[in-house]
Design a protein around this ligand. Structure first.
Ligand SMILES: O=C(O)CCC(=O)C(=O)O
Ligand SMILES: [Fe+2]
Length: 339
C-alpha cells in the first residue's frame, strides 16, 4: 500500500498561529485522534518550523558523517564517561540483538541536578537506573561550537512543537489541554542525527530472515520508540523508512518536502491504556544513496511515572512505568559496547 493511502498529512497550523476558529481546532484534534488510533504515524505541515532549518540540519549531518572516522571517534560514546551520548560508529547500534547499518550522534537533555530528580522508587522494578548512572549524569559531546549552536536551535524548535502536539493529543483524548504538560515540562528529549550508508549490494538489498542485519542491509531493525512523540525529519532519499499498519503490512513513509513525520512511542501507548499505537517501524535504505535523518524524541520527564491517565484509558489497562527506567533499560540493550 502506498504511504498516501496509509499515512495522513495533518495541517496543525490552527494550533501554531493561534488565530484560528474553534472548528479549525476541532478538525486538527479529530485528525490527530484518528491517526493515533489507526496508524500511529502521520506527517505534519503548518508546523511553523522554517524549511531552511529543516534542510540545514541535514547539511550539517552529511558534513559530520563525511569526516574521517578518527575525527568522529574523538567524541565516541563508547567511553563509559559518555555512555549513550556522542558518536556511534556503523554497526555499534544493536536492535533486538542485530547490528544496524547506521552511524549516529546522540544528544540527550543534560540533567544538571540529578539529586533533584523525584524518581518514584516505589514503582521501580529493577536497579537499572543506578547501573546507568553515567548516562543519567552525562554531558553531551558536540563535534564543534557551530554544530552545537545549529542543533541547539533545532532542538528548541522541536521541543516547542512537541509541546503543541501533546496539547492537541490531550484534547483528542477528551482531557484538559495541559493534561500531559506536567509529565513533559522537563522532557528527557533525545536528538539523534543518523546516517545510513547504502548497503553494498545497493538496490537488491532486502530484509532476510536470519543472519546479521549489517549484511542484510537493515539500517535500523524493527522497533517501537520509547517515549511520547517522535519528530522525524527525513532527507529526500526514497524507499527507506517503513511503518507497520494495524494489519501487519509494511508501508513506505515516503519523504514529503517541508513536512515532519510524527510517530508515537511506548509511553503514549501506556498512558492511553493501549488506545493509541506505538507503531513498529524500521529503516531499510533502498534509495541507493547515503541517507540522513534528524530525529528529536519528545519524551516524558526522566522521573515521570506513566500510567493510564484518568479518562484516557480506552482499551486494556497496562502497568505503569517510570520513564527513566524504561529508557535506561532500552538503551542498555541498544549499544554493543554496554554489557
Ligand atoms: O531514520 C529514520 O527514519 C528512523 C529512525 C528511527 O526509527 C529511530 O531512530 O528510532
Ligand atoms: Fe524509531
Amino acid at each position: 500500500m502506498a504511504a498516501e493511502d496509509a499515512i495522513p498529512t495533518i495541517d496543525i497550523s490552527p494550533f501554531v498561529d493561534g488565530s484560528s476558529q474553534d472548528d479549525a481546532h476541532q478538525r486538527v484534534v479529530t485528525e490527530i485522534d484518528n491517526a493515533c488510533r489507526e496508524v500511529g504515524f502521520f506527517y505534519i505541515k503548518g508546523h511553523g518550523v522554517d524549511e531552511g532549518l529543516l534542510e540545514e540540519v541535514h547539511a550539517g549531518a552529511k558534513a559530520f558523517f563525511q569526516l574521517p572516522l578518527h575525527d568522529k571517534m574523538r567524541i565516541e560514546m563508547a567511553d563509559n564517561k559518555y555512555m549513550g551520548r556522542g558518536y556511534q560508529a556503523v554497526g555499534e547500534n544493536v536492535t533486538k540483538g542485530r547490528r544496524d547499518l547506521h552511524e549516529a550522534l546522540d544528544v540527550w537533555r543534560e540533567i544538571n541536578d540529578v539529586a533533584a530528580l523525584r524518581i518514584p522508587t516505589q514503582h521501580l522494578r529493577t536497579d537499572v537506573v543506578q547501573k546507568m548512572d553515567a548516562f543519567v549524569r552525562g554531558k553531551n559531546q558536540w563535534p564543534d561550537a557551530s554544530f552545537e549552536a545549529l542543533y541547539t536551535q533545532y532542538i528548541a524548535q522541536m521541543l516547542k512543537l512537541g509541546d503543541v502536539l501533546v496539547r492537541i493529543m490531550a484534547l483528542a483524548l477528551g482531557l484538559a489541554e495541559d493534561a500531559l504538560s506536567s509529565l513533559t515540562d522537563k522532557s528527557f528529549f533525545c536528538l539523534r542525527v543518523i546516517g545510513y550508508p547504502p548497503p553494498e549490494d545497493g538496490a537488491s538489498c532486502c530484509v532476510r530472515e536470519g543472519g546479521d542485519s549489517m549484511q542484510n542491509g537493515v539500517g535500523c531493525g524493527e522497533h517501537t520508540d520509547y517515549g511520547f512523540v517522535t519528530l522525524l525529519n527525513q532527507d529526500d532519499t526514497q524507499s527507506a523508512l517503513q511503518a507497520q499498519t494495524l494489519h501487519g503490512e509494511w508501508v513506505d513513509v515516503t519523504p514529503r518536502k517541508g513536512t515532519l513525520v510524527v510517530n508515537l512511542g511506548d509511553m503514549l501507548s501506556v498512558w492511553t491504556g493501549g488506545k493509541w499505537r506505538a507503531t513498529p517501524h524500521r529503516v531499510v535504505n533502498r534509495g541507493g544513496q547515503y541517507r540522513t535523518s534528524v530525529v528529536v524524541f519528545y519524551e516524558p520527564n526522566f522521573d515521570a511515572y506513566i500510567t493510564s491517565a484518568d479518562g484516557a484509558a480506552g482499551g486494556k489497562s497496562e502497568k505503569g512505568v517510570v520513564y527513566g527506567e524504561h529508557v535506561c533499560q532500552k538503551i542498555a540493550t541498544n549499544f554493543s559496547f554496554i554489557s
